[in-house]
Design a protein around this ligand. Structure first.
Ligand SMILES: Nc1ncnc2c1ncn2[C@@H]1O[C@H](COP(=O)(O)OP(=O)(O)O)[C@@H](O)[C@H]1O
Ligand SMILES: [Mg+2]
Length: 323
């Protein structure tokens, strides 16, 4: 163990080299895929090997990762766990129909610009100088995508959530950012990322994404978990739950997922139902308790009537393998 000022000097030098060799400090600290599984586990996120491999490659290759899957299977949470694992900021852009560059990238602060123009009225600056001043970075409102490439300290995680909700034109705009980690602002020119962000895109597959976007990303599909994995998730999120109850819930949810519902319950619903039953002090899922809490897991009138007409008691028996 080195000590004293020479030791400090060497350690600082090694640290600098680690940073400059990879461009990211933490990237070099993630040992392998097992390490990702462990670190996600410490955040309460149950990652299987396939997801951990995708995350590992995202960090080590510096390539964006597109995660697709049904609603409520843990896509958004995976990006949050990644930021927590890297001990870095999470910058989130929630996509929606009509999302434009002003909300996603930057906007000029018009009020401040007008005020500056007024203040400068008497000054002897040339028109060009005044123009350059009011279109300077002081007047720029930085939205998530721009923020993500301006980080000086440590590369943040940029989560572009539910990209399938945004228009195709917006998707096309993202290509430059995803391939080059740069953004072009007409009045300022091209801004290159100082620290390339770790980019996670998620999609609920409501529409097919363009080949150009997919080509720039690594891809991972999160399926509904099997019984064993979903039990692990419930235990990770609700350590206080009784084993019998969590097992009842997960089996029941799996039967519902096989029923061709319009909105099959995701892991989010499994956790909501488990939490509700704990709150209601139920020790197991009997037909009465299931009937009372159907609203935690089914979110449409059609699905509710389908399940009721099938018979909650019958579905529960089936989930326990008694029918
Ligand atoms: N593998 C997992 N480990 C731990 N929690 C999970 C896992 N998958 C899903 N969850 C939980 O399920 C809920 C829904 O996840 P979320 O990421 O919001 O779903 P999505 O973005 O796919 O719609 C969250 O509360 C999340 O914590
Ligand atoms: Mg989500």
């Amino acid at each position: 163990m080195l000590s004293g000022s020479f030791g400090e000097f060497l350690r600082a030098r090694i640290r600098r080299e680690v940073v400059s060799a990879s461009g990211r400090v933490v990237a070099t600290q993630i040992r392998d895929i097992e390490d990702v599984i462990d670190r996600f586990g410490r955040q309460g996120y149950v990652a299987d090997r396939a997801l951990a491999t995708a995350i590992y490659l995202l960090v080590r290759l510096g390539k964006p990762l597109l995660i697709e899957g049904h609603a409520g299977v843990g896509k958004t949470e995976a990006a949050k766990a990644l930021a927590a694992m890297l001990e870095t900021d999470l910058i989130r852009l929630q996509c929606y129909e009509g999302l434009d560059l002003h909300s996603a990238v930057y906007e000029w602060n018009y009020q401040k610009q007008l005020l500056a123009i007024k203040i400068q009225e008497g000054s002897d600056k040339t028109v060009e100088e005044k123009e350059n001043y009011v279109f300077g970075s002081n007047f720029l409102l930085k939205r998530p995508l721009l923020q993500s490439i301006l980080s000086e300290e440590q590369a943040p995680v940029l989560l572009i959530d539910e990209i399938d909700r945004a228009d195709e034109a917006f998707e096309a705009f993202l290509l430059e950012l995803l391939a080059e980690f740069q953004i072009t602002i007409p009045e300022l020119g091209t801004i290159q990322a100082k620290k390339a962000p770790h980019v996670v895109l998620t999609s609920n597959s409501s529409r097919e994404l363009s080949d150009a976007l997919k080509r720039r990303c690594l891809y991972h599909w999160i399926d509904y978990p099997d019984l064993q994995k979903e039990l692990e998730i419930v235990r990770a999120r609700l350590p206080e739950i009784r084993q019998g109850l969590s097992s009842d819930v997960v089996r029941f949810i799996h039967i519902l997922r096989g029923m061709d519902l319009s909105k099959p319950p995701g892991v989010a619903e499994t956790l909501d139902l488990s939490r509700s039953l704990c709150l209601l002090e139920k020790t197991n899922l009997d037909p009465e308790a299931a009937q009372e809490t159907l609203g935690c897991i089914l979110k449409s009138a059609d699905d509710l009537s389908k399940v009721r007409s099938e018979g909650v008691g019958k579905l529960l028996s089936r989930s326990r393998g008694r029918e």
